[in-house]
Each structure stands twice: as structure tokens, then as C-alpha cells.
Design a protein. Structure first.
Length: 83
């Protein structure tokens, strides 16, 4: 069974779709970035990375403080918006 976390491209597509849905629902960038941060916190606590890219992101998340983690979340949103 493949999941959205099985490949980094599937994860980016999933996140991109969620960001687009949030924008269509009228959410602003700050709210979307907060949601991305919350998703990152959940993944860090509950999900084992499934590929090399996710493992690197987890390692960065783990060594970062709260501000660093917010930056990672913002960058992930920018990455999928650019996509």
C-alpha cells in the first residue's frame, strides 16, 4: 500500500493540494504557515520518515528550535506553491 509519504513527490503533491484548498477557503499565508507548522509537529511525533528526503527534513526539524521549525514549514509551503 502506498501512502502520501511513500515518496517525496507524493508528499509535495499532497501538501500542494492542501495549500490550494486552504487558499480557496480564504485562509491567508500566515494561517497556512501555522497549519504547515502543525503538520510538521504531527509528522515529527507520529510518523516515521519513509524516504531520504523526509528523513533529512526530520533531522533538520529535530535540531531546530521553534523559530527554525516555523522557517522549515514556511519553506515547504513556498516549495509547493512554486511547484
Amino acid at each position: 500500500m502506498t501512502t502520501v509519504l511513500s515518496t517525496f513527490e507524493k508528499w509535495k503533491t499532497f501538501l500542494s493540494e492542501r495549500v490550494e484548498q486552504a487558499k480557496n477557503a480564504g485562509m491567508g499565508e500566515e494561517t497556512i504557515e501555522k497549519l504547515a507548522f502543525q503538520i510538521g509537529e504531527f509528522l515529527d511525533e507520529k510518523v516515521d520518515p519513509k524516504n531520504e528526503q523526509e528523513r533529512i527534513l526530520k533531522e533538520l526539524w529535530d535540531v531546530g528550535n521553534k523559530d527554525d521549525r516555523k522557517t522549515i514549514a514556511r519553506l515547504m509551503v513556498k516549495l509547493v506553491e512554486k511547484g
